[in-house]
Write a protein that binds this ligand. Structure first.
Ligand SMILES: [Ca+2]
Ligand SMILES: [Ca+2]
Ligand SMILES: [Ca+2]
Length: 291
């Protein structure tokens, strides 16, 4: 027994001599990713303008009130895809959450909502590198990130974001047509500061459109007045061409101190057509911005 205890103590000492005395590279990377704003994926829970009642009674319109609220959020999974011995690692973050859509589709000035269950997976990838002059997190730093993609975890998703483009003062500053694309943190993320004049454009697709309009496209982020706004394809408010499938929101940036993510969210018109059916369907992409 005594011999074994001595041997075990010796092994601990030997293990403790390798590089970092306390944490392994895997530990450092996990800690870095779990604490970084760059791996955040929750950005669709804000309130917004109440929308507009449709003039045509046969048309689906934006609900009188709607918002999402979190019910339950298990710990994010942080998956290190290769051996950190290479000093470069790709990391996948999977964030499952249960939420509900609180929705009132009856335009009568009275808040009597129904709720629709949301089971979402949010998925993002990062590249971390061991940098010689980095003093924190065992020398590891996040050098590139993908947008976060929000997908239904339960139910058949029919609406998808296809592209996002962001302009500042009419200059293209960021675009994405593939949520798997990595952007360098030091040079390729959008930079948005309070007061910047920004136009965000998005295209989306619906695999099985049933209504007119078939979907609603929503901007989330440091917008004006509220952090959630409807995007338009009507040739107005910065939208260059009506009906070309490019939805636009144009504004002066606000609220950058609070959250640093900007997102486009598409919601199936079927979801907004009533407040009772369990038919929540939405897809979104979000990206961290720098300020
Ligand atoms: Ca109502
Ligand atoms: Ca347009
Ligand atoms: Ca429905």
């Amino acid at each position: 027994m005594k011999k074994l205890a001595v041997a075990a103590a010796a092994m601990i000492v030997v293990a403790g001599c390798v590089n970092s005395p306390e944490l392994t590279d895997t530990d450092w990377i996990t800690q870095l990713v779990s604490e970084s704003d760059l791996s955040e994926t929750s950005d669709l829970d804000g309130n917004g303008n109440p929308g507009e009642s449709s003039k045509d009674p046969g048309e689906v319109c934006v609900p009188e009130f709607w918002y999402r609220q979190l019910v339950n959020e298990p710990t994010r999974q942080i998956i290190i895809e290769n051996d950190p011995v290479a000093d470069v690692c790709t990391v996948t973050v999977i964030h499952n959450l249960c939420a509900e859509l609180i929705i009132d589709t009856v335009w009568n000035g009275v808040f009597e909502p129904g709720s629709k269950a949301i089971s979402d997976t949010r998925y993002t990838r990062l590249i971390v590198e061991k940098i010689p002059d980095e003093t924190q997190y065992g020398g590891w730093r996040i050098v590139s990130v993908t947008p976060a993609e929000h997908m239904l975890a339960v139910g058949e998703q029919e609406v998808f974001v296809s592209s996002i483009t962001i302009y500042k003062d009419d200059q293209l500053i960021w675009s994405c047509t593939d949520p798997g694309q990595f952007y360098r943190v030091d040079s390729e993320l959008p930079e948005l500061s309070e007061g910047d004049f920004v136009r965000m454009e998005a295209t989306v697709e619906h695999l099985n459109p049933m209504y007119s309009p078939p979907f609603f496209v929503i901007a989330h982020g440091p917008l004006s007045g509220h952090n959630r706004h409807l995007m338009y394809d009507n040739g107005l408010y910065g939208d260059e061409t009506a009906g070309d499938g490019i939805f636009t929101y144009q504004w002066y940036v606000e609220y950058t101190g609070h959250h640093q993510r900007i997102a486009v969210d598409v919601i199936d018109a079927d979801t907004f057509a009533d407040q009772t059916e369990q038919d929540y369907d939405s897809g979104a992409w979000g990206i961290h911005f720098l300020k």
